[in-house]
Write a protein that binds this ligand. Sequence first.
Ligand SMILES: Cc1cc2nc3c(=O)[nH]c(=O)nc-3n(C[C@H](O)[C@H](O)[C@H](O)COP(=O)(O)O)c2cc1C
Length: 171
Amino acid sequence: MTDFLELAGRRYTCRKYSPKALEQGLLDKLLEAGRLAPSAKNRQPWHVWVLRSEEALSKVRRLTGSTYGAPLVLAVGFDPSQGWVRESDGKNKAEMDSIIMATHIMLEAEDLGLGCTWIGSYEPSELYEAFPEMAGCEVQVLLALGYRAEDAHPGPWHPLRKPLEDIVTEL
Ligand SMILES: Cc1cc2nc3c(=O)[nH]c(=O)nc-3n(C[C@H](O)[C@H](O)[C@H](O)COP(=O)(O)O)c2cc1C
């Protein structure tokens, strides 16, 4: 059984991919890991768009500099109309649900020995213009995925985490 803390510590943002396509079986496992994620009231308001055709990849590569040659990009989003809305403050939890789903996929990638990049730097309006199929949903994150290039390595921020004393308060 994988030791979770070891996996979490080993994972790093991949910024250089091999062009080798990902086998369908591995994509299936990534998607299954996302499907199993928890969601508020189990609404599962999420959707995943698989971008791996030449056409889809060239479109997404024009939208962000952060795909780093990955042969697969998953756009993870949600349909706000399907999310649970907390009565007390009207907060729709669909966004949070989709982030949890994307996190499951990212960690499954690490468990499979794959690289993953969580991409936040793109302009949403350009994404929706390039992919009108996403209409009605909000894309929360793009995940670049694939085999790491042989010389891929963690970036300078990877080892830098705040100490627990700075981020935990016992009340
Ligand atoms: C919400 C979010 C957005 C991010 N956006 C990008 C991005 O657009 N491009 C990129 O190269 N890395 C991006 N990252 C990766 C972070 O820079 C990285 O997780 C952080 O520096 C810690 O490094 P590590 O993941 O290697 O441990 C993003 C991460 C998160 C969680």
